[in-house]
Every structure is written in C-alpha cells, then in structure tokens.
Write a new protein. Structure first.
Length: 240
C-alpha cells in the first residue's frame, strides 16, 4: 500500500527516523520543517497522509490542520505532539485531525497507525456502489464523501464523516462509544473516553438546527448514541 506522505517535523533527527520507517514500507516521503512549508506541500498534488508535528516554526500544526480542513482538503492527518493534556489532544481532534500520538512514541506503533489510516482512507474512498445513505432529510454519500441536510451541503472532517456514515448505515441502532471509537481507531487511550463525545458535539453543530436540543443525533444515556429520522416522532434524548 504505497502512498504519498508528507512529514512535517522541525526536529531533524525525528524527521529522519520517521522518513526511514515510511520509506522502508514503500511510501514516497516529503519532509518539511515548518508549518507554512507543510501547507504548501499539502496543496500540491494529492498527498495521502500528513504526519504533522504540533510545535513548529512559522505556523504550528494546529493552524495547519485548521487551514487544510477549512479548504476542504481530505488527506488523512496524524498529529504528533509532546503535549499530554487532554484539552490539547481534544483540540487537535476538534480541528479535524484523524489520529493523535504523544511523544515519545514507538516508531513501530506509528507505522501501525499509518497503515490503518491509509487502509481506512482507501476503503472509504474506493466504494463504488453509489448508494447514498438517507435518514430523513440527512443524506450521506460515501463515494463522493458528501453530507447534506435538507439539501444543503455540510462540511465534515474525515473523523466526523466516518462516525456519521456508520450511524447512517444503521439508523436507530444504538452505538456504544467503544463501537464508534472502533470506526475512528487508534486515538490515545488517555482521551478515548471523550473522543467520541467531541465528534458528536461537532456533528450536532452541523446537522442540528438546535444543537443543544438535538432531534437527529441522540444520546442514549449510559449506552451511547443513535441517529434518528426526526419525522418519525421518536422520543428525544437530551444532549450531553
């Protein structure tokens, strides 16, 4: 599974280590050492993955991922950071990172995360059945990677899209947080208890008219979440 990978890391030794491991697995690797160079490279061609350090000169990793997602770029983003607080990690996910690793990390675990991200990205992008998932006036198109509510397009991060696709494929099913985390894969266990909640909160802002009083994406207290057609008149669960 060869891919075009950008490594944005200002620590030269760390960047070289990551480059060697990626090239050993057959990937084409471009190394940059600052945030603006990472943006420039990500805008060129069609990179599959950005391995992105948070603390970098000129523009930090959080700014980079924020800008890329605002431009609608859907390449996978794996963020690396020495920060270990839960709020820092959740902010990365909130901005649109697909996975997050804290330093120091095992290069072998990093490669496992890379393989999983690339498999999932190509699986999601390679579906050819053309089937659009519909739950009431919510439409999820797995092929075009598009979401619409009442005919209006909605921009979702890759992580948000994966969660919404999984739930739209089985409307009214109650998904536990663990099941939804399996759709995301690989986030640090330190933040796993809140990772899904952050994505759900962000999705509600995008698909609900009143995010604090959701009628589509409901909480099932003590269990998890489910996606409903609000026109069916099912009892509404309160948002967390």
């Amino acid at each position: 599974m060869c891919a075009n990978v950008i490594v944005a890391e200002d620590d030269a030794k760390q960047a070289e280590l990551v480059r060697r491991y990626l090239e050993r697995e057959g990937h084409a690797v471009t190394v940059v050492s600052d945030g603006l160079a990472a943006l420039e490279q990500a805008r060129q061609g069609a990179p599959d993955l950005l391995v992105l350090d948070v603390m970098m000169p000129r523009a930090d990793g959080l700014d980079v991922v924020r800008i890329l997602r605002s431009e609608g770029r859907e390449l996978a983003v794996l963020m690396l950071t020495a920060r270990a607080t839960e709020d820092d990690l959740l902010l990365g996910l909130d901005l649109g990172a697909d996975d997050y690793m804290t330093k120091p990390y095992s290069p072998r675990e990093l490669m496992a995360r890379v393989r999983t991200l690339l498999r999932r990205t190509r699986r999601d992008g390679g579906r050819e059945d053309g089937h659009v998932l519909r739950v009431g006036s919510l439409a999820v198109d797995p092929v075009r990677h598009e979401v619409a509510v009442e005919g209006a397009g909605v921009e979702c991060t890759p992580g948000e899209f994966r969660l919404l696709s999984a739930m739209a494929a089985e409307p009214e099913r109650v998904f536990t947080r663990e099941q939804l985390l399996a759709e995301l894969h690989g986030f640090d266990r330190y933040i796993s208890s809140r990772t899904v909640d952050v994505h759900i909160m962000n999705l509600r802002k995008k698909i609900e008219r009143a995010p604090r009083r959701p009628v589509r994406l409901l909480t099932v207290f003590g269990v998890g979440y489910k996606l409903m057609d609000p026109q069916k008149g099912a009892p509404r669960a309160a948002a967390r």
